[in-house]
Design a binder for this molecule. Structure first.
Ligand SMILES: Nc1nc2c(c(=O)[nH]1)N[C@H]1C(S)=C(S)[C@@H](COP(=O)(O)OP(=O)(O)OC[C@H]3O[C@@H](n4cnc5c(=O)[nH]c(N)nc54)[C@H](O)[C@@H]3O)O[C@H]1N2
Ligand SMILES: Nc1nc2c(c(=O)[nH]1)N[C@H]1C(S)=C(S)[C@@H](COP(=O)(O)OP(=O)(O)OC[C@H]3O[C@@H](n4cnc5c(=O)[nH]c(N)nc54)[C@H](O)[C@@H]3O)O[C@H]1N2
Ligand code: SF4
Ligand SMILES: [Mo]
Length: 735
């Protein structure tokens, strides 16, 4: 393939330094995409799954060339103990899809990397020159290794001088981040998966782990304590069906319900006095606040009877029992998500259910490395959970990373929705999107597609050229995916695990790491990153910045150490390296001390807010959205490429409605319905589901039009979008 040789030479001349040689020598990252076929494995390595935040470990079987042939779940890993869900088993398939981006594309024309890198730098520099540094923004992800995220965040903010960058984790975890920070003093999910097995009562709210985190659910199934499992969800989900109790909550009735539960628990003096007096601030005010939230007063908001609420309150406050509170997107994706998450944290705190086996106020994370992004993306926090606004933090990072202090922003950047509004107002002129598919997944999708026209330059860096966002980009940078690069992910229980390169990226696709490195070089700030030579070197740098933070991991030697320990939960400070053995399953706050300045947790609360878009005579149905099946991943760019997974879910977009509503609408199962909100409309097939309440409808998020319907409202504290509630009408299509 002579073209490659020529390109190598051009690249070499253009970059002219050790970086380039290194870049071109690195196997697979500039490969030809020809994976040798071999029938029998000669070696095995392991890698953390690249889909959900469960973080299962997969054994990958390699041929003589080091290429993955197939995989199986790892039996000895403390997370998945030999199990994987369909996506995990099918992880290698999306790598060979025919729509992989294999060369950079400028206005849909193939170009070489030299042109691509120059275009990126020239265009963004000229936009910044004309409109200011903050006229270019980036949108990052929870789906690449944190060494790559950190490189992106560091290059964009310290190198390019970009002020505003956020990630798709805003759509997903921002609420939990803020809830924990305010309550515990640091973004710190306290649990270990062992708690699934050691709990007497597990309360899942706004979470459907049977679909979204199937292997976590397997851990619940391994609980030998005959636990009570409560699911609070408007729908009788797969998880609710196998739980011991389902609470069919009225959508967004959460906050009223949890305050009423706290009311009953305090009224009946079923609180943990000792724990509160030693470890919790704000109790008296909280008790006074929930006094008004009698069960009677919340029956309308929650759709639950007084008896149901009283009985639930007793169940979650049984003395001597281990109670754990788990939540996911039904809580986070809300206009009042932070207070809702904190209402759950409050319940755990007043009953003393934290820091002990089988307890906790536990947010379950979504993407494989959302927890890594929370620490290392350099978007909302300065690297390592630091604060951009804190001069000591800026100085620490500057010294450890050898970045001049004046290059570190002193202000937090805009959140995702503010970046989008910034495009609308003409402030943001250039946008760089990495490993997220905004044009499908962002709330109020039609507006984004329209807004794109206001951007002078849009760069999309993705594995595929066919994503909704890549298709409207000016410049597409072809990226290697999971399996084609190395680095670390952090799972929901704070466990750091490694991923390995086991395939060559196709064509000229480069790992995101190499792309950032090359861009920094061409931008002219390569010297800032001279130590950022490869992922493990960056790991060492990031490790150093965690020193003295709650997430201190300075006791980890290197990647091999992580593998040897079966993944490492943070914290793992340097003193652990001298310990004979460290527990493989560790939870936080066992000593009753939190990360706030006075070491006490805070009870936080405010009255429920108004629904942003209540139903009306014209739009009488409430639309819920979420995960459809365990075989579909988000916008389907990866899972949509597997013939095996495709057999496991309906091909066309479908809407779940109650059979009685279907009868009123005069539609049958599998017939078409028009689904209309004030913002857009789609046609979907009817899926008769007695699991959905009357007056409600559920649409899986995996089909590309669904965010044309959703209503863009946001939590005021976390700015997370309220994906799970808007008003729609359902009509039969005109013949
Ligand atoms: N198969 C698969 N697994 C995934 C993903 C995927 O795309 N596919 N994505 C991953 C990611 S990034 C995430 S964030 C997680 C999401 O994981 P989950 O949050 O478990 O999944 P969702 O279906 O989005 O939402 C959970 C439930 O919230 C309920 N809900 C809606 N409104 C309310 C409400 O007002 N109150 C309460 N209590 N519940 C409500 C919905 O009915 C839904 O059943 O899944 C991860 N795992
Ligand atoms: N209505 C509604 N909308 C929702 C939700 C909902 O519940 N309801 N959930 C929200 C949530 S929780 C989430 S997390 C988001 C997810 O939304 P997105 O992040 O937009 O979804 P993905 O399909 O995971 O997009 C990831 C993109 O990165 C690409 N990619 C994968 N690996 C790599 C890599 O290594 N490098 C690069 N450069 N690219 C890569 C993929 O091809 C894909 O295009 O959706 C949100 N949107
Ligand atoms: S449960 Fe999550 S991490 Fe485990 S195999 Fe499935 S997608 Fe991968
Ligand atoms: Mo998510």
């Amino acid at each position: 393939m002579p073209a490659l040789k020529d390109k190598k030479n051009t690249l070499f001349r253009r970059w002219n330094g050790p970086l380039t040689e290194d870049l071109l020598r690195t196997p697979g990252n500039f490969g030809l995409g020809q994976v040798p076929v071999s029938s029998s494995p000669v070696a095995t390595t392991t890698s953390i799954c690249g889909f959900c935040a469960t973080g299962c470990n997969l054994k990958i079987h390699l041929d003589a060339e080091g290429n993955a042939i197939n995989l199986s779940p790892e039996g000895k890993y403390p997370v998945n103990t030999g199990m994987a869900c369909p996506k995990g088993w099918e992880s290698l398939t999306p790598l060979t899809a025919s729509d992989r981006a294999t060369t950079p594309l400028l206005n849909n024309e193939e170009i070489d990397w030299t042109t691509a890198l120059n275009t990126f730098c020239d265009r963004f520099k000229s936009i910044q020159k004309e409109h200011g540094n903050d006229s270019v923004a980036f949108l990052s992800t929870g789906q690449i290794p944190f060494e790559e995220m950190a490189f992106l965040g560091a290059f964009a903010k310290f190198g390019m001088g970009v002020t505003h960058g956020d990630g798709n984790t805003r759509q997903c975890m921002a609420t939990s981040v803020v809830a924990y920070k305010q309550a515990f003093g640091f973004d710190s999910p306290p649990y270990t998966y062992q708690d699934f097995e050691e709990s007497d009562v597990l309360l899942f709210t706004g979470a459907n782990p049977c679909i979204a985190h199937p292997i976590m659910w397997q851990r619940v199934m391994q609980n030998k304590r005959n636990p009570e499992i409560i699911v609070i969800d408007p729908r009788k989900t797969e998880t609710a069906q196998v739980a011991t109790r389902h609470v069919p909550l009225k959508p967004k009735g959460d906050l009223s319900l949890y305050y009423a539960l706290a009311h009953c628990i305090i009224r009946d003096d079923r609180i943990d006095h000792n724990f509160i007096s030693q470890s919790v601030d704000g109790y008296d005010d909280f008790a006074a606040f929930v006094k008004d939230y009698t069960p009677e007063s919340v029956t309308a908001a929650t759709g639950q009877s007084v008896e149901e609420i009283e009985s639930l309150a007793r169940t979650i406050s049984q003395p001597g029992k281990r109670i754990s509170f788990w939540w996911t997107m039904g809580v986070n994706q809300s206009y009042e998500g932070v207070r809702t998450a904190q209402a759950l944290i409050n319940l755990a705190l007043i009953t003393g259910n934290i820091g002990k086996p089988g307890t906790g106020a536990n947010s379950i994370t979504g993407q494989c490395n959302a927890m890594g992004s929370r620490l290392f993306s350099n978007t909302t926090n300065l690297l390592g959970g630091h604060d951009f606004q804190n001069p000591e933090h800026r100085q620490k990072i500057s010294q450890l990373l050898e970045i001049p202090e004046e290059r570190i922003p002193t202000e937090n950047s805009w959140a995702y929705d503010q970046i989008i509004s910034g495009i609308e107002s003409g402030k943001i002129k250039g946008l760089w999107i990495i490993a997220t598919n905004t044009a499908h997944s962002w709330i109020n999708q039609s507006a984004f597609t329209e807004l794109r026209k206001k951007l002078d330059f849009l760069v999309v860096q993705d594995m595929y050229h066919s994503t909704e966002t890549a298709e409207i980009a000016d410049l597409v940078l072809p990226a290697a995916g999971w399996g084609e690069k190395s680095g670390c992910f952090i799972n929901s229980e704070r466990r750091i695990g490694t991923i390995k390169q086991v395939r060559r990226a196709p064509g000229e696709a480069l790992s995101d790491f190499r792309i950032f490195q090359a861009l920094a070089h061409v931008w002219g700030c390569g010297t800032l990153f001279k130590k950022w030579t490869h992922p493990e070197a960056v790991f060492q740098l990031l490790k150093s910045v965690t020193k003295d933070q709650p997430c201190d991991i300075t006791g980890i030697n290197d990647y091999a150490h992580i593998d040897q320990l079966g993944g490492v939960q943070w914290p793992y400070p340097s003193e652990y390296s001298n310990k004979e053995s460290v527990e493989r399953q560790r939870r936080l706050f066992e000593n009753g001390q939190f990360y706030t300045p006075n070491k006490r947790a805070n009870l936080l609360y405010s009255p429920p807010a108004e629904l942003p878009e209540p139903t009306s005579d014209d739009y009488p149905f409430t639309l819920l959205t979420g995960r459809g099946t365990s075989s579909q991943w988000h916008t389907q760019t990866r899972t949509g490429k597997s013939d095996i997974l495709k057999k496991l879910y309906p091909k066309d977009v479908y809407i779940e409605i109650h059979p009685a509503d279907a009868q009123d609408l005069n539609v049958k199962d599998n017939e078409l319905l028009e689904v209309t909100s004030k913002r857009g409309h789609i046609t979907a097939r009817v899926y008769l589901a007695p699991t959905v309440q009357r007056g409600q409808a559920f649409l899986p998020m995996h089909y590309n039009m669904i965010n044309q319907l959703t209503y863009p409202s946001f939590d005021p504290h976390s700015r997370q979008p309220n994906y799970k509630h808007c008003a729609i009408k359902l009509t039969k299509p005109k013949q």
